[in-house]
Design a protein around this ligand. Structure first.
Ligand SMILES: Cc1cc2nc3c(=O)[nH]c(=O)nc-3n(C[C@H](O)[C@H](O)[C@H](O)COP(=O)(O)O)c2cc1C
Length: 412
């Protein structure tokens, strides 16, 4: 009998995902010169659709071309041509796959080299130890900046709907802007947008509400949220539980639980506050705790590469399983599991002493495979981390130059 992982799931708005496996968001940095999707991304997304996942969540798409998580990222804002996004949607929706666009604003997590707007609830710079110089001190947002941001999220969501996406996922995890508002470590505001958890969550809640008003009930709305920041005094699992309750009131269709930030990369299985995460399904105990108290569907992502673990997630009252890295190295892992349930996915591990560099190298290992897939090649499972990191850095430098040249009038 097929595993419970391959049973359909009905979202609160009545839409159905054909199985419980989601390709979690992975920023590919593979956009064309105008921050638009092109041939390589079409090929990549078609591979995932053909590989058997029930749901694809795109890599994060920026709501503002002047606030980029990285070079070669996608941007969808007012006046963006929709055709390339429509084409991407058509490829990704093959094989009855559901498709959500992840929409994001990096806030203070913008590399200094990229330039642009560096905004945050308060003017607190990232602390990355000896790598802190990679980032600039952000500007505390004004009321006008906040209103502009809300508009941007709603515009991007509405354009995604017009381009044929089945829904959006609002990125409020991993230390990006909405997560900066949620965390008491980065949000020191004294107005309606800071202080109590209700105030810190106001921005996320307002955006989710306005997206629903604009896009209607048949359009799926999901949120990616940290189960915890994994920093002392940061956003914790009790906060997450309360925010899920607030989102539940808005009939949000799913909350994906992850964790961490650039300062504390728990999403890669490492914490800054010495809490231990499980070796696989890193956030499962948090996800279960929250799933047990809410009617909103919950998904957890992080460290999953075996069907038996995916099954354990679903049997823990969590509704969907998010998989990122393992689907870069084996894009048809779900189909393979149907044939051979014991097949294990592969997640690159880089054990270097410098944790920041190790984190960058891990990402580089995965992105290298995304580019191979986009080029129509097979992924390799034995790439050398240092080579991947160097290739990634060279490529990023080239793409950053291209970006700065394109927006020379707007980027400092
Ligand atoms: C190359 C790469 C890019 C990523 N980009 C995003 C992103 O754009 N948005 C996001 O929410 N998470 C992003 N993530 C995090 C993943 O969605 C996921 O939470 C994390 O990798 C843990 O899952 P995994 O162990 O299955 O990879 C990225 C991860 C990798 C490896």
């Amino acid at each position: 009998m097929a595993s419970v992982v391959f049973t359909p799931f009905t979202l609160p708005n009545g839409n159905v995902v054909k199985n419980r496996i989601a390709k979690a968001a992975m920023e590919e940095n593979m956009a064309d010169a105008n921050q638009l999707p092109g041939g390589a991304l079409f090929t990549l997304y078609r591979k995932w659709a053909e590989g058997g996942v029930g749901l694809i969540i795109t890599g994060n798409v920026m709501v503002d071309h002047l606030a980029m998580t990285g070079p070669g990222g996608l941007v969808l804002e007012a006046n963006t041509p929709l055709e390339p996004f429509k084409k991407l949607a058509a490829e990704a929706k093959q094989n009855n796959t559901r498709l959500w666009m992840q929409i994001n604003h990096p806030g203070r997590q913008v590399f200094k080299k990229m330039g642009g707007k560096v905004l945050s609830p308060s003017d607190i710079a990232l602390d990355m130890g000896k790598h802190s110089g990679l980032f600039e001190k952000p500007k505390a947002m004004t009321e006008e900046d906040i209103n502009d941001l809300i508009e941007r999220f709603v515009t991007t969501a509405s354009l995604a709907q017009q381009a044929g996406y089945d829904g959006v996922q609002i990125h409020a995890a991993h230390g990006y802007l909405l997560s900066q508002f949620l965390s008491p470590l980065t949000n020191k505001r004294k107005d309606n947008w800071g202080g109590s958890l209700e105030n810190r969550a106001r921005l996320l809640i307002t955006i989710a509400k306005k997206v629903r008003e604009k896009c209607g009930n048949a359009f799926d709305i999901a949120v990616k949220l940290n189960s915890a920041d994994f920093q002392r005094g940061g956003f914790d699992v009790n906060d997450a539980q309360q925010v899920v309750e607030m989102l539940s009131q808005l009939n949000v269709d799913l909350v994906e639980l992850s964790g961490g930030s650039y300062e504390a990369p728990a999403m890669q299985g490492r914490t800054a506050d010495e809490r231990t995460l499980s070796r696989e399904a890193y956030f499962l105990s948090f996800a279960k705790q929250i799933a047990d108290t809410t009617r909103t569907p919950i998904m957890t992502t992080g460290g999953i590469r075996r069907l038996s673990v995916a099954q354990q997630v679903i049997e823990s009252n969590v509704d969907m399983v998010g998989i990122a890295s393992a689907l870069a190295l084996t894009p048809d892992l779900p189909n393979r599991w149907l044939e051979a349930p014991d097949i294990e996915g592969v997640i690159p591990v880089v054990g270097w002493k410098d944790k920041t560099l190790a984190g960058l190298a891990t990402m580089a290992q995965v992105k290298r495979q995304l580019r191979r897939l986009g080029d129509g090649k097979k992924p390799t499972h034995n790439a050398i981390a240092l080579v991947s990191l160097i290739l990634d850095q060279l490529r990023a430098a080239k793409l950053t130059k291209r970006y700065r040249k394109q927006y020379a009038n707007e980027v400092r």
